[in-house]
Design a protein around this ligand. Sequence first.
Ligand code: IMP
Length: 200
Amino acid sequence: MPTLVLATANEHKVREIKEILNDPSVEIITAKDLGVEDKLREDGKTFEENALQKARAIYKATGEPALADDSGLEVYFLNHRPGVRSARYAGENATDEENNKKLLKELGPLSFRRRTARFRCVIAFAADGIEEVVSGGCRGIILEQPRGTNGFGYDPLFKPDGHEKTFGEMESGEKHKISHRSRALQKMMPVLKEYFTSAG
Ligand code: IMP
C-alpha cells in the first residue's frame, strides 16, 4: 500500500486530516512514526512558507511523499494576529487554554461586530517531481467565553458565520463540513489522487 507521511507533530491535526482524507487505499503515517519529528521547523513568516518547509523537510528525510499543514487564526481587530504564531501566542510552550485566555484579554469587551476572525489552513504536498500548495479559510467571530470541549486550539472561542455552535461544540463531522482544514484538503485531494494513481 502506498504511504503518505504527515509532516506535523500535532496529534489533533493528524486526527482531523485522517478523518477528512478518509482514504483506505493509502497508509497514513506521521513524522513521529518515522523518527524524523526533529526536522519539523516553523520559522517562516507565512503559512505558505511554513507548510512548504515542513513538507519538503519530511520528504527529504524519508524519501516518502509528505503532506504538511500550517494553520492559525487571524483576528481582524488584531491586524491578523495571532496568525502564524497561533500555537505560540501566549509563549513558546503555551497551552491552548493560555492562548485562548490571552486572546480574550486582548479583545476585552469589544462588540461582536469587531470580533470577526478567520481560520486559515495551508496544506503543502512534496514528493518526487512535485510540490503543491493550497489553502482554505473559514470566517466567524470570537465569542467572549469558551463554549464546548471538542476540537482543539481556539475551537471553543470560534463561532463560524451562519452557525449557532462553536467549533468546540460541533462533532468532528460538522466541523469538517466547513473548516479551513477541510476546504484546503478538498483542493489537495485531486493532486493526491493523481499522484498515488500514477505512483502505484
Ligand atoms: P501550527 O502548528 O503552527 O500550524 O499551529 C497551528 C495553531 O493554530 C494551533 O496550535 C491552534 O492554536 C491554531 N489552529 C489551527 N487550526 C485550528 C483548528 O482547526 N481549530 C483550532 N485552532 C486551530
